[in-house]
Design a protein around this ligand. Structure first.
Ligand code: CA
Length: 466
């Protein structure tokens, strides 16, 4: 197990420095990127530039099968910050505050506070709105943080060249190659604030959550990040002729689909361009945080976690959003660099859930009073040995319109049921069909498999109701 090893190493490290003082707990740098899928250099994308996230991956453990429990901001963040499934929190929209349904829940950052940490939240940690300039303070959770800083785009940062790709039909669907330097944008300000904080001498160990707003729309970043790409060279996503999703994307997302269906090839190129510029802009800020850890000699005593809050489809099936139960919405980057972990520098196929983050960090930092009702499980052992199997499957859910879909990902299959199967089911064999194009749910020879996967969904949900 990693925890005793880590605790011992940290204890030894500090004993050697200040033998008179008790062992100090590690700091935590918890980085969340908004709407980030796995189109990153370290995940094998050949065109996206992400040198700093790649650097973190090279020195930590990269998870290749990490799945969120809901593919929209607020439900996903509420889930991993409370360690509870969306069907338990009953928060499945972007407007319900965590305390409305869970007044007494102890959130992950709150537990760090209770354990003597200085807990700082920069930017969008809990979901507070859809853009840096539309953030609702009342959606934050004061019990979770000692200090917060949100950032705000300057007047110059809102100027530049850009356009709305839907002609204004969808207000959010716009890009801007902004004037000015990084600090004109909220994300640049978050990095400034984090760098300042990491240079302070704190009396307590630090839990620093940094929630970057990019690459989420509006797709707005300093122009220099747009200049890194030539969008005429992009390979556009392809959808097989005649393909229709088994559960139509128009259900619960009709306005979006109508607008996306009108996209020209140039619109698609510009969408990709703006999203990838945002990835590179956010990546540059991540680099500044990693540099600050090095400069302040904090790297050896800081656990770094890097995640997206859910994935993003980027034009596959001509869907330019999240809110689906396909792989590219459910899967996101997860990199964990725990200083003493034996597997740092490697990647793992272990299936992990974002629900597991809370218990994992609680174990790594040896926190006391961990809530008994957490629904995930620590994956600390994977950080020492990437060949360890953590769990058989990860469950994600999403509500499309009024219908709840549940999707289970195993090493081989993705199996999805809409309204418990009454509104349809989807079964994909990821060994031969990673794009999830051929629905095998009605194949006679796979009915036993389907039954097992369906039962596994039920067992997962039953467990949480106990
Ligand atoms: Ca999001």
């Amino acid at each position: 197990m990693l925890r005793p090893v880590l605790s011992l190493l940290i204890a030894c490290l500090f004993a050697s420095i200040t033998s008179a003082e008790p062992p100090t707990r590690p700091n935590v740098l918890f980085i969340i990127a908004d709407d980030l899928n796995c189109d990153l250099g370290c995940y094998g994308h050949t065109m996206v530039k992400s040198p700093n996230i790649d650097r973190l991956a090279a020195s930590g453990v990269r998870f290749d099968r990490a799945y969120v429990q809901y593919t929209v901001c607020n439900p996903s963040r509420t889930s991993f910050l409370t360690g509870l499934r969306p069907t338990t929190t009953r928060i499945m929209d972007n407007s319900t505050h965590v305390r409305k349904n869970l007044p007494d829940v102890v959130t992950m950052p709150e537990l760090f506070r209770k354990n003597g940490y200085e807990v700082v939240g920069l930017g969008k940690v809990f979901h507070r709105g859809l853009s840096p300039d539309d953030m609702k303070k009342e959606m934050d959770d004061p019990k979770s943080f000692d200090r917060v800083f949100y950032g705000k785009t300057t007047a110059m940062g809102n100027k530049g060249e850009g356009r709305n790709l839907t002609g204004g039909t969808l207000a959010w669907c716009r890009w801007l190659a902004a004037e000015g330097v990084d600090a004109e944008q909220a994300d640049g300000q978050l990095a400034d604030e984090a760098v300042k904080l990491l240079g302070e001498k704190l009396a307590k160990p630090l839990f620093l959550a940094v929630g970057f707003y990019r690459p989420h729309d509006p797709f707005q970043s300093p122009k220099k990040y747009f200049d890194l790409y030539d969008n005429s060279k992009f390979e556009l996503p392809k959808t097989p002729e005649g393909y229709e999703p088994p559960y139509p994307l128009s259900l619960g997302g009709g306005g979006f689909k109508d607008a996306f269906d009108k996209f020209t090839e140039q619109d698609r190129r510009e969408f990709l361009h703006a999203y990838y510029a945002g990835v590179r802009f956010m990546d540059a800020q991540v680099g500044r945080l990693l540099d600050a850890l090095d400069k302040n000699k904090l790297t050896e005593n800081t656990i770094v976690v890097f995640i997206g809050d859910h994935g993003y489809e980027l034009g596959v099936r001509n869907w330019w959003n999240k809110n689906t139960l396909f792989e590219r919405s459910c899967r996101t980057p997860l990199i964990v660099r725990a200083p003493a972990a034996k597997a740092n520098g490697r990647s793992t196929p272990a299936i992990v859930k974002f629900l597991d983050l809370y218990p994992t960090l609680a174990e790594l930092c040896a926190l006391n009073e961990v809530p008994k009702q957490l629904e995930g499980a620590s994956f600390c052992n994977v950080l020492d040995d990437v060949t360890v199997k953590h769990k058989d499957a990860a469950l994600s859910v999403v509500k499309r319109g009024t219908v709840l879909g549940r999707s289970l990902r195993t090493a081989k299959y993705r199996y999805t049921e809409w309204d418990n199967g009454k509104k349809g089911a989807e079964l994909y064999d990821h060994i031969v069909d990673p794009g999830e194009w051929v629905n095998l749910a009605d194949k006679k020879e796979l009915q036993a498999t389907r039954g097992e996967l369906s039962a596994l969904i039920l067992r997962t949900e039953t467990r949480i109701k106990k």
